[in-house]
Design a protein around this ligand. Structure first.
Ligand SMILES: [Zn+2]
Length: 345
């Protein structure tokens, strides 16, 4: 079965290819039009190239917005944004901003019917080359990111369903078979009870009773809440997996720096660890975790102050852990207090 993500992702990449072709042919046709002045067919070709480029830009925008809206980028809040995304969107904004003048000018030429000035032709040509470079920049920025991978991943899963993976295969790679997604992000009392059974302090030796909750602390001038627990600790303090489960994603975000997203063993929850100084050696996506396994070391990567290394620890109720940063945030501190009280003699 074809999934929507594969279709939209493919269309998005297709639009990119068509758009680049249209943009380039617009530039080349304008070049010819200036060189062989008054050659009406060159200008006609420029209009055709422009039409392809405009249509592709529109398709690109629509599929891109769908992509964002459907969480395929895993952009849930500020921690889901990495440098590649910022770069990509910056380039895209520049492409669109540069397009305002050529679009206006070309529409004017067509409507007036008069021969455009050579100076203006050259200017649209030059802008088109700059846009081509920016589009290539977007491709480079995106190559390390989700579209390419998501399309490849969706295609791979199509092939995979055809040859159902066997248990020994999973065992050999140390991966955990995913559990059927729960489909809800609503937090129930039984969720909290389960979490209390499952989790432990990610930084050993720290008494959760000594910590203050910063879950509801305002961030970004009150635009969002912190929705996590900050645990101050010296740089390079080992961070232990708070629960049994598996690594979902090792991610580098602008705000969170080096991060680990992990699922608990029920795969109803996502445990998120941010600002790591470095990862534990050998840690990788999909890897099985036991509670207490070392996953990394406290640091100040991302937007943490270099003088205040800490672990930013969050718990999310997830509908589907394949969307590894999406879910309802749960205050970790009361759970950690209950969990610690439970094991205390
Ligand atoms: Zn924090």
């Amino acid at each position: 079965m074809l999934d929507t993500r594969l279709i939209v992702g493919s269309l998005h990449l297709f639009a990119l290819g068509v758009g680049l072709g249209g943009l380039w042919s617009r530039a080349r046709a304008l070049h010819d039009s200036v060189r062989r002045s008054g050659e009406p067919r060159a200008l006609g070709r420029a209009y055709i190239g422009n039409a392809w480029w405009s249509a592709a830009l529109l398709l690109w925008l629509i599929t891109g917005v769908w992509w964002l809206g459907n969480g395929a980028e895993n952009l849930t809040g500020i921690y889901g944004i990495d440098a590649g995304f910022v770069l990509k969107m910056g380039f895209f904004a520049a492409v669109v901003a540069f397009e305002a003048w050529p679009t206006t000018k070309m529409a004017q030429w067509r409507l007036s019917g008069a021969a455009p000035k050579a100076r203006e032709l050259r200017r649209v040509e030059a802008i088109s080359y700059v846009q081509c470079a920016l589009v290539i920049g977007i491709v480079v920025a995106a190559a390390s990111r989700s579209e390419a991978r998501a399309v490849a991943g969706a295609a791979a899963s199509l092939i995979k369903t055809a040859r159902t993976p066997t248990t020994p295969e999973r065992e050999a790679t140390g991966e955990v078979a995913p559990i059927t997604p729960s489909g809800t992000t609503t937090v129930t009392p039984s969720d909290l009870a389960l979490l209390t059974q499952e989790i432990a302090m990610p930084l050993p030796g720290i008494d959760p009773d000594s910590l203050r909750s910063s879950f509801n602390a305002p961030r970004a001038g009150g635009l969002r809440r912190h929705e996590a627990l900050d645990i101050m600790a010296p740089r390079s303090t080992p961070i232990l997996s708070a629960a049994k489960g598996r690594v979902l994603k090792l991610f580098t975000s602008v705000a969170g720096g080096l991060m680990v997203y992990a699922a608990d063993s029920s795969e109803r929850f996502i445990l998120m660890y941010a600002h790591l100084d470095h990862y534990a050696s050998g840690i990788r996506d999909g890897m099985r975790l036991e509670r207490g396994d070392s996953i990394g070391y406290v640091g100040s990567t991302g937007n943490a102050s270099a003088t205040a290394p800490h672990l930013h620890f969050a718990i999310l109720r997830s509908a589907d852990v394949r969307r590894w940063s999406k879910g309802t945030a749960i205050d970790p501190l009361p759970l950690l207090r209950d969990a610690t009280a439970r094991v205390r003699p």
